[in-house]
Design a protein around this ligand. Structure first.
Ligand SMILES: *[C@@H]1O[C@H](CO)[C@@H](O)[C@H](O)[C@H]1NC(C)=O
Ligand SMILES: [Zn+2]
Length: 412
C-alpha cells in the first residue's frame, strides 16, 4: 500500500476510535533538531508543510535554529533514518509520561479555584462569574464573541473608577498552550485581590479586559487531543484554522499556509473563523479606550513586538516598544532568573507570522501603541506540557513584568 495512504488510514482510524477518550501519546518522542545546512532546512520545511503524522511544536525558521518535533512510535525508525545526518537530540522519551504527571484539566468549584492545576473551560468561566458576584462594583462579565461550536468567548472587565485607559489581555488563542489561560487568570486574580501596594496601584490605574481563553472549542478539545492548536471548524479532511494567522491585516503575507491540514493554516479568508471575527468586533467596540494590548502564548520565553508579516513594516514607536519590553523582561528575570528575549517577530522566532492578533491590533488601531505577545515558559524542556507546579511561578514573574511595563508606559 502507498505509504501516505496507509498513514492517512491510520490517522482516520485513530480519530474515529477516540472521539471522546483522550488520545494517548505512549512512546511518542520529542526530538530537538537543528538544521545546519540549507538542504536540511528545506527537508524540515517540506516535512512541516506535509507532516504525515509528525507534530511540529515550533516552526522551522532558519539554519541554526532549534525545531522541536514530536514523533509517533510507528514513525520512530523512519524519523531516525531521516535525521541521521542532522544535529538531532532525543529530548522527551515518552510524551504520555509527561501528560500523566501534568494531569488533565481539573474541574473546580469557584471557591476551590487554584493555580496548582490546569482548569477546564467551564471552571474558568464559573470562577469568572463568581468574581462578578464577589466584586460587583469592580467586575463586569463580558462576552467577547462566539466560537464555531457555539461556545461563548467569555471575559471580564475590571474597573476601579471611570475615565481610565484600558488594557486588553488575550489568552489561549492556541489551544495547547495551557500555561497561557493559567497565567492570565493568575494575574487577573492578583490584580483583584493582592494587598501588595504596587500591584494595587497598577490594578487601579486602568480598565482591564481579560479574555483568558479566546479559542474555547480548541481548549475543550485539548482534553481529547492534548496537542491541538487550531480552531475546530472542519475544512475537508482536516479540521481547524490557526486563529493566530487569521486576522485581517496583511493576511497570508508570510509565515502562514493555505494547506488546510497545516498547523499554521490561515483559514480560507481573513476572519474566516467566527472566533477571530467576533472577537475583533468586540475589540473594535472598546478600542477607543485602549492603549495596551497583550497576547499570551507559549513556549519559548520571548516578548514579541509586531510586525510579523513579510512587508518589513516596523512599528512607528519601535524604539519605545524595545525599551519598555527590555525593562519588562528585566523585571521578569528578578524573581526566578527566567530569561526572556525581546524583539520584533521576524528577528525572534525568527520566522515570519502574518495574520496574528497583535499585527492587526497595532496595524488597525493607531491609539493602541503598546502591543506585545508573550511566549511564556519554557524553552523546550517540557514545551506545551509545562508541569502545573510552574503555573504560580509563571504567574508571579509575568505579573512582575506587567507591573514594570505599565510603570514604564505611564512614565514615558
Ligand atoms: C509587590 O509586587 C511587586 C510587583 O510584582 C514586586 O516587585 C514586589 O516584590 C512585591 N512586594 C512585596 C512586599 O511582595
Ligand atoms: Zn501560540
Amino acid at each position: 500500500m502507498d505509504f501516505l495512504l496507509f498513514l492517512l488510514l491510520v490517522a482516520t482510524a485513530s480519530c474515529l476510535q477516540t472521539k471522546d477518550l483522550p488520545i494517548r501519546f505512549d512512546n511518542f518522542q520529542v526530538y530537538h533538531v537543528i538544521p545546519r545546512t540549507s538542504q536540511q532546512l528545506e527537508i524540515l520545511k517540506r516535512l512541516q508543510e506535509n507532516p504525515q503524522g509528525f507534530n511540529f511544536w515550533n516552526e522551522v525558521a532558519v539554519t541554526g535554529r532549534k525545531v522541536d518535533i514530536m514523533v509517533p512510535p510507528h514513525l520512530k525508525y523512519n524519523f531516525r533514518d531521516l535525521v541521521q545526518e542532522f544535529d538531532a537530540e532525543l529530548w522527551i522519551e515518552n510524551v504520555q509520561q509527561l501528560l500523566d504527571n501534568e494531569g488533565s484539566q481539573v474541574d473546580s468549584k469557584p471557591d476551590d479555584f487554584h493555580w496548582t492545576d490546569y482548569h477546564t473551560l467551564e471552571s474558568i468561566y464559573a470562577w469568572m462569574d463568581s468574581l462578578a458576584r464577589k466584586y460587583p462594583d469592580i467586575v463586569t462579565p463580558l462576552v467577547g464573541g462566539r466560537s464555531y461550536e457555539g461556545r461563548e468567548i467569555r471575559g471580564v472587565k475590571l474597573s476601579f473608577g471611570t475615565g481610565k485607559k484600558g488594557i486588553f489581555m488575550e489568552g489561549g488563542i492556541h489551544a495547547r498552550e495551557w500555561i497561557s489561560p493559567a497565567t492570565v487568570t493568575y494575574m487577573l486574580n492578583e490584580l483583584l485581590s493582592s494587598d501588595n501596594a504596587t500591584v494595587r496601584a497598577v490594578a487601579e490605574s486602568r480598565d482591564w479586559y481579560f479574555f483568558p481563553s479566546v479559542n474555547p472549542d480548541g481548549y475543550v478539545y485539548t482534553i481529547t487531543n492534548r496537542m491541538w492548536r487550531k480552531t475546530r471548524k472542519p475544512y475537508g479532511l482536516c479540521v481547524g484554522a490557526d486563529p493566530n494567522r487569521n486576522w485581517n491585516y496583511r493576511w497570508m503575507n508570510g509565515g502562514a499556509s493555505q494547506n488546510r491540514c497545516s498547523e499554521i493554516f490561515a483559514g480560507d479568508a481573513p476572519f474566516s473563523e467566527p472566533e477571530t471575527k467576533s472577537l475583533s468586533e468586540f475589540i473594535n467596540s472598546v478600542s477607543d479606550t485602549l492603549d495596551i494590548y497583550l497576547a499570551f502564548h507559549s513556549y519559548s520565553q520571548l516578548l514579541l513586538i509586531p510586525f510579523g508579516h513579510q512587508g518589513r513594516e516596523i512599528p512607528k514607536n519601535n524604539d519605545e516598544l524595545h525599551r519598555i519590553g527590555r525593562a519588562a523582561a528585566d523585571s521578569l528575570r528578578v524573581r526566578y532568573g527566567t530569561e526572556f528575549k525581546v524583539g520584533n517577530i521576524p528577528n525572534m522566532l525568527p520566522s515570519l507570522s502574518s495574520g496574528g492578533s497583535i499585527d492587526w491590533v497595532l496595524g488597525e488601531h493607531r491609539n493602541i501603541r503598546i502591543v506585545y505577545a508573550y511566549e511564556l515558559r519554557d524553552t523546550g524542556r517540557y514545551g506545551f506540557i509545562l508541569p502545573p507546579e510552574q503555573i504560580i511561578p509563571s504567574g508571579e514573574e509575568t505579573l512582575d513584568s506587567l507591573v514594570r511595563l505599565i510603570h514604564e508606559v505611564d512614565s514615558s
